[in-house]
Design a binder for this molecule. Structure first.
Ligand code: ADE
Ligand code: ZN
Length: 331
């Protein structure tokens, strides 16, 4: 009998909700801090791990943005991305759609081009070395202004060939999707795909706004959709993907216990749910560990786990032909 752990390992998977800055492991953080002469408020890896105890999204974001300050040149972004892609290879992840937060870096004087060039070089090398396909999604920080997002959108245009879409992340409370209606319309006009974090800490109205005002193709997180029965019916009817991140939800106290997570229920309602790791270096696990956590805590069947893995390709921005090639592996 194949154990659940081996079953998960062997399943082909795509990851659609992953912040590259959230893959910065403490060891690389120390290395880059030393290389770039940047002071970080930790003395050891153990020290860092102790600091990774969060009670809300904001308590995590404060530490996450501080950590990202060690990333300075394009080589740093290359090393960061390559380390994540090696992990993908180990975990049988065949396709990735990676978020990056340009404003976190440009606000410190790092050039937009250095960030993108480091990441895309690693994506190209991983395609050649491991056969991993990928897209890059640029996220706007929602705690900043729409004007700042518009300036970032304009800065991205010379790199448009390398960027598939735009997203919206950072502090959700008080920064609803409606704040970014104009920049999302501009991004859509420029040919970008659109996604947004919604319904992580914010209530179901944030999900409706992201759909109705930003016209997003996917909702990142979306777990609070359950509070609105009509919304559930709509998500089901339109098969709008939710990129759910179980270990993230547990660490940020969106759920108090993995046994209370609603991913299994959402799947059983017939929603297009996927599993993702969000910021794995901060939340205690990469993609397979997220699958293992829900499989165990929610007593999910292998068939359900397989559906979630299949959904990860269906919900991706791959072409229909490419999706078929990946999904055929499940037959
Ligand atoms: N940025 C990185 N991870 C995030 C999350 N889980 N929610 C909002 N913004 C983020
Ligand atoms: Zn996220």
């Amino acid at each position: 009998m194949v154990t659940m752990k081996n079953f998960i390992q062997n399943l082909p998977k795509a990851e659609l909700h992953l912040h590259i800055e959230g893959t910065l492991e403490p060891e690389l953080m120390f290395l880059l801090a030393k290389k770039n002469g940047i002071t970080i408020p930790y003395n050891s890896v153990e020290d860092v791990k102790k600091a990774y105890s969060f009670d809300s999204l904001q308590s995590f974001l404060d530490i996450y943005y501080a950590g990202a300050s060690v990333l300075v040149d394009s080589d740093d972004f290359y090393e960061l991305t390559m380390a994540y892609l090696r992990k993908c290879h180990d975990q049988n992840i065949l396709h990735v759609e990676i978020f990056f937060d340009p404003q976190t870096h440009t606000s410190r004087g790092v050039a937009f081009g250095d960030v993108v060039e480091g990441i895309i070089e690693a994506l190209g090398d991983a395609q050649k070395k491991y056969g991993i396909s990928s897209f890059l999604i640029m996220s706007f920080l929602r705690h900043l202004s729409q004007d700042d997002a518009i300036a970032t959108l304009k800065e991205s245009l010379p790199y448009k060939y390398f960027i598939k879409g735009v997203g919206l992340d950072s502090s959700e409370f008080g920064n609803p999707p409606s704040k970014f209606q104009k920049v999302f319309q501009m991004a859509k006009n420029a040919g970008y795909e659109c996604v947004a974090h919604a319904g992580e800490e914010g209530d179901a109205s944030y999900i409706k706004e992201a759909l109705d005002l930003l016209h997003v193709a996917r909702i990142d997180h979306g777990v609070r959709c359950e509070e609105d029965k009509e919304l559930i019916q709509r998500l089901k009817k339109e098969q709008i993907p939710l990129t759910v991140c179980p270990l993230s939800n547990l660490k940020l106290k969106v759920m108090q216990d993995m046994k209370e997570h609603n991913i299994k229920r959402l799947l059983e309602y017939g929603l297009m749910v996927t599993v993702n790791s969000d910021d794995p270096a901060y939340f205690g696990g990469y993609l397979n560990e997220n699958f293992e956590a829900i499989a165990t805590s929610l007593k999910m069947s292998k068939e359900q786990i397989k559906t979630l893995a299949r959904n990860s390709f269906k919900a991706s921005f791959l072409s229909e032909e490419e999706k078929i090639c990946y999904i055929d592996r499940f037959l």
